[in-house]
Ligand binder design. Sequence first.
Ligand SMILES: *Cc1c(COP(=O)(O)O)cnc(C)c1O
Length: 410
Amino acid sequence: MPRLLERLQDEITALDAQSLRRRRQIAETACAPGQSLTLAGASAPRTMLGFSSNDYLGLAAHPALAAALAEGAARYGTGSGGSHLILGHSRAHAELEERLAGWMAPFIPEAQSLFFCTGYMANLAVLSALGGAEAAIFSESLNHASLIDGARLAKARVERYPHCGVAALDAQLGACDAPVKLIVSDAVFSMDGNIAPVAELLALAERHDAWLVLDDAHGFGVLGATGRGVLQAMGLRSERLVLVGTLGKAAGVSGAFVAAHRTVIDYLVQRARPYIFTTAAPPAIAHALLASLALIEGEEGDLRRARLQARIAQLRRGLEAILPADGSAWLPDSPTAIQPLVVGDNARAMQAMAQLDARGLRVGAIRPPTVPAGTARLRITLSASHSEADVARLLDALGDALARPWKEAA
Ligand SMILES: *Cc1c(COP(=O)(O)O)cnc(C)c1O
């Protein structure tokens, strides 16, 4: 084997030895958390009940959205044919941006929005464009990988601040004389489910003349009375807000948007390379997203948000009753659909996942480097399409998994 290949293989083998090797599974069916999910198996496909998707409202397999996608493809074709600046920008994209701007107008004065292919790209775009050489980026320490990579792409100086560390951030901002400052945070932390102290962060942004960039990937569609996300839930309003929402999670389709004051959006169109130098998403996706937004803000969205809240309450009550007395597993405070059960050790997380797997339940085991070393966890995500019986079944299996004695690997 050539040396170059050997080096790669050694690294993969080392990951395996630490229970850190990642593997993909092939889904044969639609993502519909409360219904069964068929995964390709070694011998035959297996039908599983999933608790690991980000399809919080259960819209990813909604027939109305599939119909809208087909209608969009019939009207606009499959490909956009180009980048947004070179004829790839369709009527469907423009309508979606207008609708999202309207959604954010109560929270951001003179709001406009810009549609992206993915949230990853939206975050790269915002941080690289606003974080120029004269800027300083203040990045929350549990931020999503896409924000970390965006900060790397930016020419700005980057400082991390402690998780929810408002006082530390205040001091860091006070000590910084950069003419442009960006505070950057997940609104809902993706591996922990807790909500950032956004009102306090915005107050700091006002006091220190900074932008507040919020990544609402897990709040959009779910938080707030009509699902407009964290800003609606907290009742905030400021022209310093730059909100990134993703559209492949609760919205059940794909893509993302940035909402901000129109001058910021105009600037991104001029300067954000991850916006400019890529083919626009298929217009049919934008067309399907318009249908998704209608569901989210209507009665169906209300019903689905209420059902999700009921499942969250049920799971937390049930888990609190079965946590081991020795403190070897714990349940962080999370009011959202993301409910981590922290078990510490990588191999223990894998073992628990395998036990659930054997009972037809699919839960993600999250290990370093996605989470800090020693905090491997089962990341349970709930959806409006889970029934009370589904959650009861999960609790039953988790009770058995947690009751099993656990020895740290030597
Ligand atoms: C999923 C996620 C993203 C990336 O969004 P995609 O549309 O999947 O690329 C960005 N930020 C956070 C916090 C996320 O959870």
